[in-house]
Ligand binder design. Sequence first.
Ligand code: FES
Length: 80
Amino acid sequence: MGSILYICICNAVTEREVYAAIDAGATTVKALNRQLGVGAECGACVGCAKACLSNKQTATTSPSQHIFPIAQQDIGMTLR
Ligand code: FES
């Protein structure tokens, strides 16, 4: 089983969902917030969301360097 990387723990938003939203036209954290709920709770993920946006724009570094490296099985017990 592959791991799923979460950008937003509070809303269980994955890296894949964030990049899909960016590919669909999201260009700001506010847009990611409206579409996915990123940053709507504790705000700890805002920096990671910004890094994803920046990485997508520059496409020079790995986005996984900036996100929470938590596997799905690790977080499954802490989510609602
Ligand atoms: S980690 Fe995204 S709002 Fe808390």
